[in-house]
Design a protein around this ligand. Structure first.
Ligand SMILES: [Zn+2]
Length: 52
């Protein structure tokens, strides 16, 4: 077990998640965002500028 993995913030719901637990990832403007759910990823994909 490792706790060294850095948490990332789901930009849609602000939940902190481990990248390895992300259900979906979306690249925007050269940055990869991780999401807790496909719903969050879909919301981000529809309007990424609302979340970055
Ligand atoms: Zn989320």
């Amino acid at each position: 077990m490792s706790d060294t993995e850095q948490l990332v913030v789901d930009p849609v719901c602000q939940m902190r998640i481990r990248p390895s637990d992300a259900v979906a990832t979306v690249e925007h403007d050269g940055t990869v965002y991780s999401f807790c759910s496909q719903d969050c990823a879909d919301s981000f994909t529809e309007a990424p500028e609302d979340y970055v």
